[in-house]
Design a protein around this ligand. Structure first.
Ligand SMILES: [Zn+2]
Length: 208
């Protein structure tokens, strides 16, 4: 059985002007530990624009009595600066991302183009640990499912409110680069009927 542990990696100013958390997740299994999203990094002006209060992923892992060396595999839900900013800490680990997302990032943020194991669509990463292609927030966004019961949603929905009511999307800048694809991805997640949904930018865990 895999277990999900949440990391507090940073806070930043969200599109609604409020302070949002930035969460990553450690998924542990008998053979090792997987990190889903690595937190914030990037040029100082970007951090200033988003009013980031940042932490090192090593400090966040230390709260779980872990260090970066304990992470054997990394999955990025997508390649925005607050989800892959500290990937370089994990040079020892394979990193999985959707090929479509890397293609997007190659154009928009070429400095990121280095690390990755490229995925095309849904994939099983380990027994019980899968990625699900959920384009819309970005072209190549993916969510992670654990045990078939837990969804690590990335930015497929910023908040439980958006997850529950997709009509709010038009009021939240940045939620959907492609609103049609975004809605289809959310519908796909709802169809899974996950027991728990864990958010990157909200502390509430949605239970069903
Ligand atoms: Zn994002």
């Amino acid at each position: 059985m895999l277990t999900v542990k949440r990391l507090h990696l940073a806070s930043l100013q969200g599109p609604d002007g409020r302070e949002w958390p930035v969460h990553g997740f450690v998924v542990t299994h008998p053979a090792g530990a997987v990190l889903v999203d690595t937190g914030v990094g990037g040029p100082q002006h970007v951090l200033d624009d988003w009013r980031v209060v940042n932490r090192s992923v090593a400090d966040a892992l230390a709260e779980l009595d872990m260090s970066p060396a304990d992470i054997g595999l990394v999955i990025n839900t997508h390649l925005h600066f607050d989800h892959c900013g500290q990937n370089a800490v994990f040079k020892h680990a394979p990193v999985y991302v959707q090929r479509a997302e890397l293609r997007r990032a190659e154009v928009e943020s070429p400095e990121l183009y280095e690390w990755f194991g490229l995925l095309d669509g849904d994939a099983e990463i380990l027994p019980g640990l899968n990625v699900l292609s959920t384009p819309g927030h970005t072209d190549g966004h993916q969510c992670v499912t654990v045990n078939g019961t837990d969804v690590l949603i990335g930015d497929a929905a910023y908040t439980p409110a958006l997850y529950g009511d997709p009509s709010l999307e038009s009021k939240v800048p940045g939620q959907a680069a492609d609103p049609v694809a975004w809605r289809a991805s959310l519908a796909r997640l709802h169809a899974l009927a996950p027991e728990r949904v864990h958010f990157c930018h909200h502390t509430e865990v949605v239970h069903s």
